[in-house]
Write a new protein. Sequence first.
Lengths: 287, 287
Amino acid sequence: MQTLCTAAQLRTCLAPVRRAGQSIGLVPTMGCFHQGHLALMREARRQEGVVVVSLFVNPTQFGPQDDLARYPRDPEGDARAAAGVGVDVLFTPSEQEMYGPADSTWVTVTGTLVEGLCGPHRPGHFRGVATVVCKLFGLVQPDRAYFGEKDYQQLQVIRHMTADLKLPIEIVPVPTVREADGLAMSSRNAYLDPQERAAAPILYRALQAARQAVEHRERMGRGIVARASEIIAQEPRLKLQYLELVDADTLAPLPRLDRPGVLAVAAYLGTTRLIDNIRLDPGKKSE
Amino acid sequence: MQTLCTAAQLRTCLAPVRRAGQSIGLVPTMGCFHQGHLALMREARRQEGVVVVSLFVNPTQFGPQDDLARYPRDPEGDARAAAGVGVDVLFTPSEQEMYGPADSTWVTVTGTLVEGLCGPHRPGHFRGVATVVCKLFGLVQPDRAYFGEKDYQQLQVIRHMTADLKLPIEIVPVPTVREADGLAMSSRNAYLDPQERAAAPILYRALQAARQAVEHRERMGRGIVARASEIIAQEPRLKLQYLELVDADTLAPLPRLDRPGVLAVAAYLGTTRLIDNIRLDPGKKSE
């Protein structure tokens, strides 16, 4: 595995790969790799000639109240883990490499994709995500890029941005990887103290209860959300931020599950913000 | 010359070009070709294996008060002219082809690049330009793209956008082409009645007078602008919108010509808005 820090090194490294007709897969990350990241890398390894993993804690996607300063970092462990799953290139640019001093360009996604869920709670977050991913796409020019379904709103923002800007890149979604008790893997899980960690799986149990309600023919958004709310209310440590049923494509609110939906939740456990989501399908019974 | 209307046709056409290692040059236009457009195409023809000209009157760069509805169009004449200078592909997409119904992505350039000159007078204009050019870059993936220096602010917005988004595309500036009397070629010149047309060259004469002042060692921005203003004041038909001396790279106001500058002007003749600019260099005498 090569570890590269500059755009120039990366271009020099990838030019012959492209000329040789090998496919390039990109896995954009902020590091501190867990099994969720490794699942993205393994899927890329399965599909691509060359796998590039970028590791960049992108400051523009953190708000002033966010956890940029304490965001977990483990560069040595990350390099070992990436090499262990067969990554070819680990790209670890500096902030100066990604944002020049005269940098003045933003990529923004508007409308329902960012109006709900994390959008109102993290102003500027998706602008930062879309901008840095666009830069990484420009640098790497991958054939495919891999994103986890755990950050579902991010996945949809990137999918729409890529289509809208006519970028010749396929976005590959990879299912959320969970701990044995159902907690979605996240770098931020490292912040949880033992009691918070014990309480955290209730988020996924709540989402599963909602899915059961759908299997029992509940189709009203309010009813589906209420079922999950009941479960979450059982854990006083959890401070709910949002719990919303949205259209799986546009992320517009879904009053009735008459098309594929996603039930998404964000909640605080102490100072740690956790998110999770589950796909809900009306199936044939609802017709 | 092939004329193509869809993104799919364009990709199918360009994939073997790219595989064969031929270079691709893009000339983005809004059509109604004059000698300025043809100079861009000839320069592209000189440098590239394959020359793609896009012809798309981009609605998102026109404001509600702008001339979208009456913008001059001449598709047959354009096709003949492009074929005449050896263009390989004329890409004429529909609005639906460039902006899908769920389109929600904008590319914006911020700061000094858009705070002066046309920026305040055409809100949203450069957002529309940056977005559509980004889409065309995604579709065509050119090695180089050609822009006229006559739209100098647009040129700088595109240059910075391309660098900021790490797009592997070289932006090639092409000098303004002028009529014999100095009027910068523009599709909008067709709007001018005979008296307005006779008055129009004073803009360039004013810019030249400013250059002479610099050659006579004027270095103060105020003095340089005043020299051009005097000339423009001689033509009562001209309604000045702005006349500004700016840094040639950042477009920040330049109180003193201590680095390369651009003197840019916008003025109305009747209902027709004309722009022009001239590069001013302090030279060695000022040091």
